[in-house]
Design a protein around this ligand. Structure first.
Ligand SMILES: *Cc1c(COP(=O)(O)O)cnc(C)c1O
Length: 389
């Protein structure tokens, strides 16, 4: 096995696909320290700049003093604390759903929903560019997944129309994690209504960012429907850790009874829920963070117009620069790093072959000057790379 693994690792390396971790020595912020050097970073999903907020740090300390460090048990034994409970109520009312249920991670939340609600006689439909956790959730439930081309509602409708399944569940990212575009949720919901299907919306990148006071994609489109099963993560814009599912009472109650990734795992430290309550009020109250973010997005898009690289049509803080080849994406990322700027190169299999990209992610913790610095580095590189080949 070891020889075989070493061989596979070499193959990856020569295809420009070997992944390497960087080790950061600082807090998550617009500026991070790696190997003692400071970099301007456009890598994280901390869109509102809360991961490092003094009030959240204080709330974590207060939470630790009140609840200790570990939950000590799973939710169904004795790990469900009043902090978890209060956060679930707050999340339900913030997102406008009757109930909410905390999960340890978004990955586990998606697996929990799909495996609990969908069985062998049911059917799953998924956008081809959905996050890996939704695809893996389908794998866990060993149900055949019908994937439709990205945003192709005509293809989805054909699949729905020809399905005889007992239950149908359509799964979609709300904001696509590597492209930054927003799913046409009202149209998806209309199809679900027409074909009596359920809609699982993964709002990992919309919660806190989209909608009135950051209430997420449902608020962004002014939608409410009992067919929606809403999932969002708490480690991105909310700046902490965890995830939740929100929806109708029956759904949440059923998940408590049967979502294995909810039942068979230790509850997250209650101190995190305590901090998340604070985070939720910052999300709600500090509108300037979302305003700053949209200004930075506009600034970045305007700055790139004169350059060779194409941006995808994204209005979200995820701004991908499509490069194409793995090597060129890596090289560009490396050249930016030499200029003190971290932007990750995203390669297959995370994105489709031939669409390797730089995934620039903007945050309210960036300043206008930070974005200017990125733009001017890209401008320099644009002129270098433009030499004829
Ligand atoms: C990050 C992400 C997840 C996973 O959430 P975690 O809490 O990090 O496990 C799920 N779906 C999407 C679209 C994501 O971007």
């Amino acid at each position: 096995m070891l020889t075989d693994l070493a061989e596979q690792l070499r193959t990856r390396e020569s295809a420009g696909l070997k992944r390497r971790r960087i080790t950061t020595e600082s807090r998550q912020n617009a500026h991070i320290t790696i190997d003692g050097c400071s970099y301007l970073a456009f890598c994280d999903n901390d869109y509102l700049g809360l991961a490092n907020h003094p009030q959240l740090i204080e709330a974590v300390c207060e939470g630790a003093r009140r609840y200790g460090v570990g939950a000590g048990a799973s939710h169904l034994i004795s790990g469900h604390s009043s902090a978890h409970h209060a956060l679930e109520s707050a999340l339900a009312s913030f997102t406008g759903f009757p109930r909410a249920l905390l999960f340890s991670t978004g990955y586990m939340a998606n697996a929990g929903v799909v495996t609990a609600l969908i069985g062998r006689i049911d059917a799953l439909f998924a956008d081809k560019l959905n996050h890996a956790s939704l695809n893996d959730a389908a794998l866990c439930s060993s149900i055949k997944l019908a994937r439709y081309p990205h945003l192709d509602l005509i293809a989805l409708e054909k699949q729905l129309a020809s399905s005889q399944a007992r239950r149908k569940l359509v799964m979609t990212d709300a904001v696509f994690s590597m492209d930054g575009d927003i799913a046409p949720v009202p149209k998806l919901l209309a199809l679900c209504d027409k074909y009596d299907a359920w809609l699982l919306i993964d709002d990992a990148h919309g919660f806190g960012v989209l909608g009135r006071q950051g209430r997420g994609v449902a608020s962004h489109f002014n939608l409410s429907s009992p067919r929606i099963i809403y999932m969002a993560t708490l480690g991105k814009a909310a700046g902490v850790f965890g995830a939740f599912v929100a929806g109708q009472v029956e759904i949440i109650e059923f998940l408590i009874q049967s979502a294995r990734s909810y039942i068979y795992t230790t509850a997250t430290p209650p101190l995190l829920s305590h901090a998340l309550l604070r985070s939720l009020s910052l999300i709600e109250q500090e509108e300037w963070r979302r305003e700053r973010l949209s200004q930075l997005i506009m600034q970045f898009q305007r700055g790139l117009q004169s350059m060779r690289w194409k941006l995808l049509p994204s209005k979200s803080p995820i701004q991908p620069l499509i490069i194409g080849s793995n090597d060129e994406a890596l090289q560009l990322s490396e050249s930016l790093r030499e200029r003190g700027i971290m932007v990750p190169a995203i390669r297959p299999p995370t994105v489709p072959k031939g669409t390797a990209r730089l995934r620039v992610s903007l945050s309210a913790s960036h300043s206008k000057e930070d974005v200017d610095q990125l733009l001017s580095a890209l401008r320099q590189l644009d002129s270098v790379y433009e030499s004829p080949r």
